[in-house]
Write a new protein. Structure first.
Length: 625
């Protein structure tokens, strides 16, 4: 066993070192289904940018993902297929010009859409895309008025009570909706056959569900000083400036695909020509997110370069790669160059802290998050210890993380105290995950793990104690924790337990013992673990009925940190990792990350290497005598 473990560790180390880029980073694909590929085709055709080779490549990938029943899925075990994804694919393929309604695969897709309720049943954001391109009529009054951007922070509900993800997507939508903007071309397909009855393209359902919230907003708008038409003009200009001030150097709006796509339409609605330099640069930025997966072109939602580099560099160091090696030194210098120095939206609710975090994407300069910051600090710790020149960067980052702790004791992803619970009831796909940025077990646990293992702070420090208390209050009845950014309860439990142990919570604490029993109970007969994306939708653990290497690594790392001695279950999990080292099937590409429940799932290609490496290294470091 010992020899096999060392062999597997060396194999994974060699793969990762070989894949490092010359600048020290790792650029493994950040795969997010077909939506971005579909929207890219729709955008290019709408703007009459006929980059045929590029469009044809995207078409090939979309077609390759179609299921036998004509649908497209968000994840492998989504039994019947996904209506919204199928509509997006059907529309994009027709708009591309490389598929027609009479093609056999398109007939199957059309039948699936009609049999599942047609366009009326798709999600709100896809309806917005269809409205922008002339397939769906805008409502007379959109649920969110543009004047919301003018409400002061002191008002009970204001623009900055929404998560940054919601803000950057809502802002361009409300601008375009205000102008009722749509753009069609000679190539625009006709989707009217997908409305199953008259009136299916209205927004009555969405507007009714927003009504009580809107009454509060309108009260606030009426309290603003100024003539209604003047306030309206000011609000539109303010919304425009919000976008323009948050464009990254590659032309993307906050580095996200969806917000950039929507910004392009919003600017055209506001009077920009489709050849305007801001729009052409934004399109170039979106195209720069392309990657190749299995010889197919894919447009990434954003790039995960900082995240990949931080996690991989740390896992290599845990595996014994010296911090003086070229691999680690180059990675650390890359990460140091990506630390943030700009104030942005995070400072609205945290006005007394200096910038100092890290973001997810290589182009990201203004949108830091807690997870990337602690991950980067883990990776550069040896650099700080050996070179005092970087001590200021280390201190700034630590102060920023501590300042971002929510009042409830936990940590969120991007902002502080953006957690007004009544907003989670708004009728938006993803609910709390879309609208709010609350404390989560994965962020709180990983933050505690960082402070405990890398700064030697423990439960005796007041802010650490508050983080522990938040985790203990938010443990599920079965002993698990829900993880917001991974799939899902295994991920959250891994973060929570490794965090609690790192800050000197006793291994025999009832919460830790309960979590251990839960992990043992859900272990698969083959020794591994696997969890379905359905857990995220139903908010309870649902087995994948197969094991994945990433889920197994998370579960093992949890148990290795919490158990004083090797157990039979740990041994079986290690054996599974060793025996599945060359596994390459649907479980390998199954999403291990989530963006929005039932809407947006993420496959990190790096996870198949780095997390098994981390678990095996921690096992070796703890149990090899």
């Amino acid at each position: 066993m010992k020899y096999k473990i060392e062999t597997e560790i060396n194999r994974l180390v060699n793969i990762l070192i070989k894949e490092q880029e010359p600048n020290g980073s790792w650029t493994y694909p950040f795969e997010t289904g077909i939506t971005t590929d579909c929207y890219m085709i729709i955008l290019l055709r709408t703007l009459e940018i006929n980059d045929e080779d590029f469009i044809q490549s995207l078409v090939d990938r979309i077609i390759s993902k179609q299921d036998e029943n004509g649908s497209w899925k968000l994840f492998y075990d989504e039994e019947e297929g996904n209506l919204t994804a199928t509509v997006e694919a059907y529309y994009a393929l027709l708009y591309s010009g490389y598929c027609t309604k009479t093609d056999s695969n398109m007939r199957l897709a059309r039948n699936f859409i009609i049999n599942n309720g047609g366009l009326k049943e798709i999600n709100m954001f896809t309806k917005v895309m269809l409205a922008l391109t002339g397939q769906y009529k805008w409502p007379e009054h959109f649920p969110i008025p543009v004047e919301i951007v003018l409400l002061p922070l002191s008002f009970p509900v204001n623009f900055f009570d929404f998560s940054v993800y919601a803000r950057v997507n809502f802002i361009p939508i409300v601008i375009a909706a205000d102008y009722k903007f749509s753009m069609q071309t000679k190539r625009t397909p006709d989707l009217s056959e997908l409305f199953l009855q008259r009136g299916d393209d209205d927004w009555e359902k969405e507007i009714n569900e927003w009504r009580s919230f809107l009454s509060t907003i309108h009260i606030g708008i009426k309290s603003l000083i100024g003539l209604p038409h003047e306030l309206h003009r000011i609000a539109l200009n303010h919304a425009e400036q919000y976008m323009l001030q948050r464009i990254e150097s590659d032309g993307t709006f906050y580095s996200y695909f969806s917000s950039t796509f929507l910004m392009i339409f919003a600017l055209m609605a506001h009077g920009y020509s489709k050849q305007h330099p801001i729009i052409t640069k934004a399109i170039k930025g979106l195209k720069s997110n392309q990657t190749r997966i299995d010889d197919h072109l894919h447009i990434q939602y954003t790039k995960a370069t900082v995240w990949n580099t931080a996690l991989i560099s740390y896992s290599l160091q845990e595996a014994g790669i010296s911090s003086s090696s070229e691999t680690i030194k180059k990675a650390q210098q890359y990460l140091i160059s990506k630390q943030h120095y700009l104030y942005s939206d995070w400072a609205i609710h945290n006005q007394h802290a200096l910038p100092g975090g890290w973001g997810f994407a290589d182009i990201n300069t203004m949108h830091p998050d807690i997870d990337d910051t602690t991950a980067s600090l883990r990776a550069i710790r040896s650099l700080i210890l050996s070179n005092p020149v970087y001590r200021q960067a280390w201190d700034r980052a630590n102060h920023w993380i501590i300042s971002m702790q929510n009042d409830d004791g936990g940590w969120a992803a991007f902002e502080k105290n953006v957690n007004k619970s009544f907003l989670s009831w708004l009728p938006v796909e993803g609910g709390t995950a879309m609208i709010l940025d609350p404390s989560t077990a994965d962020l709180t646990g990983r933050t505690l793990e960082y402070f405990g293992n890398f700064t030697r702070l423990n439960k005796n420090h007041p802010f650490i104690k508050r983080g522990i208390e938040w985790l203990l209050r938010n443990q599920e009845k079965d002993g698990s924790w829900y993880g917001r950014w991974g799939i899902c309860y295994i991920y959250g439990t891994w973060a929570a337990i490794t965090g609690l142990v790192a800050v000197n919570t006793r291994n025999d604490h009832p919460a830790i013992q309960k979590a251990i029993r839960w992990l043992y109970r859900i272990q698969n007969p083959n020794g591994g673990w696997g969890e379905s994306c359905k857990s995220d939708i139903h908010k309870k653990y649902i087995s994948l009925n197969e094991s994945t290497r990433t889920h197994t690594a998370w579960a093992l790392d949890t148990l290795i940190s919490a158990e004083n001695e090797e157990t039979v279950e740990i041994n079986r999990g290690i054996t599974y990792l060793l025996e599945s080292s060359h596994k390459n099937d649907w479980t390998t590409t199954y999403p291990k990350g989530q963006g929005l429940p039932n809407g947006f799932y993420m496959h990190y290609h790096s996870y198949e290497y780095l997390f098994p490496l981390l678990a095996l290294s921690h096992y070796k470091n703890k149990f090899f005598k």
